[in-house]
Write a new protein. Structure first.
Length: 319
């Protein structure tokens, strides 16, 4: 993935650094995956959907690391003296194995943003049903750019490589932009809804109990968004640093997902985060807030007050 412009990071150097950093973050994500599955399986109410999603993240991250290891072996050992231009040329071109790893990254991104849209749907559907159309439309736009980028990469790979990743800049720019927008809008809508719920609960509690939940959602969204923005900046600068950051994004996406489940579990007081349900119901006659964990020692907050207002409701679950 070399660049025609002056780039102080050679393609082969970028590939080695990318694998090293990706492996480190992958180790962290593997530990967090184990903790997540422990909560899902033994923390209380089993949530099949989130268990499947967590497993998919782990499988995709693992497959990406394995393919990167294979590429390093091919580029630096098997074809070091065979491939014209050596390792630097090998890692700068869109060869078939590069297309495979790109497909895995795209699948991981689509899955992560789909989870954001799903969570947004869960908290907004009872209140404003149409609002989920906004992040869903952005996700569909992301899907279109994903297909376009992968198709062009596939055509280039089938023709024997030779093209640099920057040759497909328009499609990849669109992919990064749509992913970033989907994540920011989805996370923003989710955070805003939680904040509004916290404002309502604060009227009856000395401290809004949704503040920690708000922070968990924001932290996860910021972690991914910051790395993606930096990646897009390096890609626009035609720097091979984008290779390093893209490989880091694979485990970081998984970490962001696991982080929400693990921290929500901690908030629920040892009750399984995926077996924990945060329900809110605002009616014209009463306010009812319940935190119903799956274990007997869970905390249960309830308050009531008569006040006029429209009937609204929201339900936030980790699945």
């Amino acid at each position: 993935m070399s660049s025609k412009s002056s780039d102080y990071v050679a393609p082969d150097t970028a590939a080695l650094l990318a694998l090293s950093l990706e492996s480190g973050f992958y180790g962290v994500s593997t530990y967090m995956f184990a903790e997540t599955m422990k909560e899902l399986l033994f923390g209380g109410k089993f949530n099949r959907r989130m268990a499947i999603v967590a497993s998919l993240f782990f499988v995709l991250s693992t497959a990406h690391v394995i393919i990167d290891i294979i590429r390093i072996k091919i580029g630096f050992i098997d074809q070091r003296d065979i491939f014209e231009g050596g390792p630097a040329a090998y890692f700068s071109q869109t060869l078939p194995l590069f297309s495979v790893r790109s497909s895995i990254y795209v699948a991981q991104t689509l899955l992560a943003d789909a989870v954001v849209v799903y969570r947004c749907y869960m908290v907004w559907y009872p209140v404003v049903r149409w609002i989920v159309v906004v992040p869903l439309s952005l996700w569909l736009g992301l899907l279109v750019t994903s297909v376009g980028a992968l198709y062009n990469l596939g055509v280039a790979s089938a023709s024997g490589g030779g093209a640099e990743i920057f040759a497909f800049g328009k499609w990849i720019d669109g992919f990064f932009a749509m992913s970033l927008t989907t994540n920011l809008v989805g996370t923003g809508l989710l955070a805003y809804r939680i904040w509004k719920i916290n404002q309502s609960s604060s009227e009856f509690q000395s401290k809004g109990i949704m503040v920690p939940v708000f922070r968990v959602v924001i932290d996860a969204g910021i972690l991914y968004s910051i790395v993606l923005i930096i990646t897009l900046a390096f890609f626009e600068a035609r720097s091979n640093m984008q290779t390093i950051l893209i490989d880091m994004l694979m485990p970081i996406i998984s970490i962001s997902f696991y982080m929400i489940i693990i921290r929500m579990s901690a908030l629920s007081g040892r009750g399984g985060a995926l077996g924990t349900e945060i329900s809110f119901q605002l009616t014209t006659h009463s306010f009812n807030l319940s935190w119903a964990a799956s274990e007997p020692h869970s905390t249960d907050y309830r308050g009531s007050s008569s006040f006029p207002g429209p009937r609204t409701g929201s339900k936030l679950e980790d699945g």
